[in-house]
Design a protein around this ligand. Structure first.
Ligand code: NOJ
Length: 712
């Protein structure tokens, strides 16, 4: 008999339910701790898994309670939200999406996993796979942006990075399944009501990619989808995930989500809630005490069976076994050295620089050429804590480099004068003096750097914003600085967890760098870019609206029967805004200037089982070495169901010295061109398809050709 069968055979019901329970460790000033009831629960086997615990000593002490003092000695799974780093912070996920670099996506996840494992963590609740087209939603910061192809690529890269080979890293958990990014009006925890087509075309691909990459766990979203809470969504958890995708890993609820089935109005009591979740396929109850308290009653009422409980326990034990916890419950805890940490900082600086998006650079004002006197202004210029972004795992509050520190280190001969101006979200009354002091710094400065944007906690969970503009009095500060600047260039560094709606700021800044929240090396990475040590290469993974009323605005929209025609009143447009976003998916400048030409296809026909190579010549006509991202889009103009105007099917990078040219080749498989047919099953439909290559989702900048899809 296998170890797992033996254990299940020996377990009492309460020990089984313990394996299906994940409880949070409380936090004191000194860090997370485990004591009292929690210790007793672990020893009695009623708590089989913990979250929010880290640190080699406390984890080892706690693991010892389970392994040496519980009846069956089953080790605990220790989960933590290691989202974009652990002790070293990398850019927030939306920023990482802007890197369009699968190897780097994997590398930062791998680094985070190693740091977390050294702290005793065995599972992260990442990657967040929720595609989102609504910048009001705060959790857009945690995800891949607007596009399902990018979502899938990141999911696969991150699972590989976190888990390593054969789970020698930490277990990854793809979340939040599914369509959480489409909550109504961008309001956190609101319901989701989308078409089955949108679900299949937009929201499932990243989860399918995570499963294909071998993800260990999946977390259902807090939200309901078309009237069925995801925690109780049997059709999608059992039918799609386990059935269609063949997912055999662990499904773990979100925090207290099983008990919330009562609030959703689908369960009368905890026993019903627990039964709904277990029947839907949820194995672990995070923090609701629904399985421990509710499942015994549900068993009595015959709402669930012992076989179902055993199957869930088996999946949890199997994960512990695959992680090697039975053989080495303490794994690599404590294994990190100072040299390892130093290496992570180098990686964080590289990723930081690659994640930022230069949205404007009028008259090539950047890179700066040896400024003598810099006026550095704004509430985010010296805000180390904000650089961490909304999920900071075990990173210290003070550990991130600020722009002020970065400038001082890189330009020791420059005179740098700094003023906060206004608080990030301050009120009008207290700010008048601050604005005047900041504006005065402009006198005599040869360059003015404005560091403005959101606080880290204005995005992330429970951080939706109906007005995703510059918060507080920052626009007033900016207006005063622009006025005082006269003809001198104002370089704006914009920090945010979402695309902000800032058309006036863009118009008046000579250059604008979207820095998102870059993590531990924030200030150094920013200064690497603005001084020209590194050429910016990030491309926005999400459209930047001109106005809140345009939301959702994204490149994958459909033509409709009356597409926009400015000359025709009765076409699809606004009376008071352009249709297009201010910045489109893929936008991002560098210090090179790239021209695309000579699109070549290896064939003009493509069968479902075939592959085609599409290549384009890229020339750097600018004066600096720089990297360019080349995107491959397609458009099926005539199909049995309407298709988006552009669909992303690939991307690749090329680095070219000034004046150099090269060729980028991307592969396109026939299966890449399948789409959900009228019955939502993947359909390969013979006919013409346009292929485009170029720098962004903007037809005017793409080079294109037509191919013909043919039957095999
Ligand atoms: C709630 C969040 O929705 C989820 O993403 C996170 O993993 C859990 N809390 C645990 O912290």
């Amino acid at each position: 008999m296998s170890r797992i069968d033996q254990l299940i055979g020996a377990m009492t019901l309460s020990e089984k339910l313990g394996q299906l329970t994940m409880t949070a460790a409380p936090y004191a000033v000194t860090g997370p701790f485990v004591a009292g009831d929690l210790s007793e629960g672990i020893k009695s086997g009623t708590i089989g898994n913990l979250l929010n615990l880290y640190g080699p000593e406390i984890v080892a002490r706690t693991q010892r309670l389970a392994v040496e003092e519980s009846r069956l000695g089953i080790p605990l799974l220790i989960g933590l939200d290691v989202i974009h780093g652990h002790r070293t912070l990398f850019p927030v996920p939306l920023a990482e999406a802007a890197m369009f670099d699968a190897a780097l996506w994997t590398e930062t996840a791998h680094a985070a996993a190693r740091e977390a494992a050294a702290d005793g963590v065995t599972m992260t609740f990442a990657p967040m796979c929720d595609v989102c087209r609504d910048p009001r939603w705060g959790r857009i910061v945690e995800g891949p942006g607007e596009d399902p192809f990018v979502g899938a690529a990141i999911a696969a890269a991150k699972v590989a990075g976190f888990q390593g080979k054969n789970l020698d890293g930490i277990a990854a958990c793809a979340k939040h399944f599914a369509a959480y990014g489409a909550v109504m009006a961008g309001r956190e925890y609101a319901s989701t009501d989308i078409s089955a087509r949108t679900l299949h075309e937009v929201h499932l691909a990243s989860f399918a990619a995570a499963v294909a990459a071998g993800v260990a766990a999946i977390m259902p979203a807090f939200t309901e989808l078309d009237g069925v809470p995801m925690t109780a969504n049997r059709e999608l958890l059992q039918g799609y995930l386990r059935g269609q995708l063949g997912f055999e890993g662990v499904i773990i609820s979100d925090y207290n989500a099983i008990a919330e089935l009562m609030r959703h109005g689908v369960a009368a009591d905890l026993a019903e809630a627990a039964a709904l979740a277990l029947n839907a396929g949820v194995d672990i109850d995070m923090m609701a005490e629904a399985y421990g308290d509710g499942l015994p009653v549900a068993l009595e009422r015959r709402l669930v069976t012992m076989d179902q409980i055993d199957a869930a326990v088996r999946r949890v034990l199997r994960l512990k076994e695959r992680l090697g916890l039975f053989d080495d419950p303490y794994r690599s805890a404590g294994a990190e050295s100072a040299a390892d940490l130093a290496k992570r900082r180098v990686l964080a600086r590289d990723a930081g620089a690659k994640s930022m998006v230069l949205l404007k650079n009028e008259k090539d004002v950047l890179p700066l050429t040896k400024p003598r006197r810099i006026a550095l202004i704004g509430p985010l210029a010296d805000a180390a804590q904000e650089m961490r972004g909304p999920w900071a795992a075990a990173a210290p509050l003070t550990g991130c480099a600020t722009v002020l520190e970065g400038l001082r280190a890189a330009l020791p001969d420059a005179e740098i004068e700094y003023a906060l101006g206004v608080a990030i979200d301050g009120g009008a009354a207290e700010e008048a003096g601050g604005i005047a002091i900041a504006a005065a710094l402009c006198d005599g400065a040869d360059v003015i750097i404005l560091c403005v944007g959101e606080a880290a906690n204005m995005s992330g969970e429970a951080a939706s914003r109906a007005h995703p503009h510059l918060p507080g009095q920052q626009q007033r500060l900016c207006d005063a600085i622009f006025e005082k600047a006269g003809g001198r260039p104002v370089i704006t560094i914009l920090f945010s967890g979402r695309p902000l709606i800032v058309p006036a700021l863009v118009e008046k800044s000579a250059a604008l760098l979207a820095a998102w929240f870059p993590g531990s090396e924030a200030g150094n990475a920013i200064v690497d870019l603005i001084t020209g040590k590194v050429s910016p290469s990030g491309c926005t993974p999400v459209s930047w609206p001109r106005a809140t009323g345009q939301i959702p605005v994204f490149f994958g929209e459909r033509n409709g029967g009356r597409p926009i025609n400015p000359a025709d009143h009765y076409t699809s447009k606004y009376l008071d805004s352009e249709n297009s976003p201010l910045f489109v998916f893929g936008d991002g400048l560098g210090y090179g200037r790239f021209a695309f030409s000579n699109l070549k296809l290896s064939a003009t026909t493509l069968a479902r089982s075939g592959t085609l190579a599409a290549s384009v010549d890229v020339a750097n006509e600018g004066g600096h070495t720089a990297e360019e991202t080349v995107f491959l889009f397609c458009h099926d103009r005539l199909a049995s169901v309407t298709r988006p105007l552009l669909e992303l099917k690939g991307f690749a990078k090329i680095t070219l010295a000034a004046g150099a040219r090269g060729t980028v080749t991307l592969a396109l498989k026939g299966t890449d061109l399948c789409f959900p047919g009228a019955d939502l099953a993947p359909l390969f439909e013979p006919g013409e398809v346009e292929i485009f290559l170029g720098p962004a989702a903007d037809r005017t900048r793409l080079v294109g050709a037509t191919i013909r899809l043919v039957a095999d």
